[in-house]
Unconditional design. Structure first.
Lengths: 327, 327
């Protein structure tokens, strides 16, 4: 144990040991596999994020008696599922950079990437089954359906420039908040918490996920490329209209730049940059941040009545941290 | 109910009503979805096969008290999983024809196909969870891992022309027999059958799947293109070395055609055709058929001691039918 470096957040210190076990579980997936597959799995898992979703599972299990033997496989399962969706997303949107690491597209063929993603899905399902909880497996499967349905709606959407705020919130739930919500809900369920606690924790996860994604979408406009690890205006370039742009368009309904970008007119790249810069220096950024703040406050309110243990404090701090982060 | 035409085998008559319910369940997946997604799902499910895997689930559940409310979702789940793997396979190997229907590659982008496949996986997992049986969900997840691992090993294998018979059997198990085995095993488990019965039915499914795939591989060389619905020698063209070719090479170790084909030398298509025709008119075909027959006999032997109900007879007839089929 302890061979894999955990690159998580300092505020997760109270659950560090458990996250380390999750880390080992994730990397066990790579162990004993076909050599090249093992390398790829380790690479994917290692270039991964801050393990926020596994942390949500663990934190949410701390409000009642819990059985770590069932909680930790679930924590690994949600991260594995998340990684699988990222692998296929990168392929679908053709993005070459994510989290600052070269993605698999660069040196593997598309066929191999599809299969590696499928393998991660299968492994995630196997870990979810290790919870021995049918309701948790059910939540897990339904969340994957929600995520896929959101991606598909986006992929089939040929009028992306007509996107409304309602569409945006819907897609943000599917893409990000649904898994945050499911992580917290399942962790609570496995601990045997009463319904009200399970619902409160689910609500916390859901609102946290909404805030998280909005901040992500803001950083896509205002972030420092070197810090964020991907090019500015990338969402727009890939045809995804996010909240800052929608708020900008509310104030500037006359602009036809967006439609021009979507209709693949000449100078698409130039127009994309121009629009991204207009958004970046507009009040839409502050307005979007207010929305993120609203969700952050709601996430904290959701767990107001839970017992005041150190884990609840971590959850409150996490909400503030995710709102304030710069990458 | 009854809106979807069931194109199954006449010998499944004793379980026709149950297969019809499975058919409706499968198509329910498409109902209420994003319009274009619904069309695609219906198309995929409707251009589907003979529902052999769902039939195995149902038949295997007939040797003990069974609860149809749990058996039928599982039957739908295995077909959905099978369909999902076909969707991604078509994308991975770039094959344009499968089962005689134009595949999705033709009019959907690769990105959309990946997502549709993922969605089918998610739906399959949700149906598996509806069995409310943790052991069944576990078998389901592990089988998907086996299938993916097999595909990945194949995709990463750059020395395909060195393939041995052992490699072939291993891959045939991963690709086909594992899901046949899991279908029969899970059906038996859900019926509450004793261990010995569960194992016998799993063994039946496994051997049946081996025979099924070998016959498939023989038909790839000897079938009538119009009947089989795909071009002759297709496996070889895609770089897959199957049993008839392996048996041919045992008798003709001096031929260097195979290596030439794999090393992408000139006249690849001409050489592929030439080798396919040599195999087709060689005794290797009869030798491969003997292997398929051996597995068929073993599959029937596996269920020899089970109670002599009409469903056992269907299973025996199915084994003979799959061996003798011409497509």
């Amino acid at each position: 144990m302890g061979r894999w470096v955990l690159k998580t957040l300092p505020l997760f210190e109270p659950i560090r040991e458990e996250l380390q076990v999750v880390e080992e579980t994730l990397h066990l997936a790579a162990h004993g596999e076909h050599e090249r597959l093992g390398e790829i799995l380790n690479y994917l898992l290692d270039s991964g994020g801050k393990r926020i979703r596994p942390a949500l599972v663990i934190l949410a299990s701390k409000f009642h008696d819990h059985d770590a033997a069932r909680v930790l496989p679930l924590a690994a399962a949600v991260e594995m599922l998340h990684t699988a969706t990222l692998v296929h997303d990168d392929l679908v949107d053709g993005s070459l950079l994510r989290r600052g690491s070269p993605t698999l597209n660069v040196d593997l063929g598309a066929g191999a990437i599809i299969l590696v993603g499928d393998y991660l899905f299968a492994w995630a399902a196997d870990l979810a089954a290790a919870t021995e909880s049918v309701p948790v497996v059910d939540i897990f499967a339904k969340t994957l359906m929600t995520i896929c349905r959101g991606e598909i709606t986006h992929a089939f959407d040929r009028d992306g420039w007509r996107r409304t705020k309602e569409d945006y919130y819907h897609s943000t739930y599917s893409k990000t908040a649904s898994l945050f919500a499911a992580s917290a809900q399942s962790g609570a369920l496995l601990s045997g918490a009463p319904d009200a606690t399970v619902q409160a924790l689910r609500e916390y996860g859901c609102k946290l996920g909404m805030a998280f994604q909005i901040v992500d979408d803001i950083l896509d406009f205002v972030g420092d490329e070197d810090v964020v690890g991907k090019p500015i205006g990338g969402d727009l370039r890939q045809g995804t209209v996010t909240l800052p742009l929608l708020l900008f368009l509310e104030e500037h309904p006359q602009t036809d730049l967006l439609r021009a970008i979507f209709e693949q007119q000449d100078d698409r790249e130039e127009k994309t940059r121009a629009l991204a810069h207009m958004v970046r220096s507009s009040p839409a950024i502050a307005a979007a941040r207010e929305e993120a703040q609203r969700f952050t406050i709601e996430s904290k309110q959701a767990i107001e009545d839970l017992s005041r243990n150190p884990y609840r404090q971590v959850m409150l701090d996490l909400a503030d941290f995710l709102l304030e982060r710069r990458r």
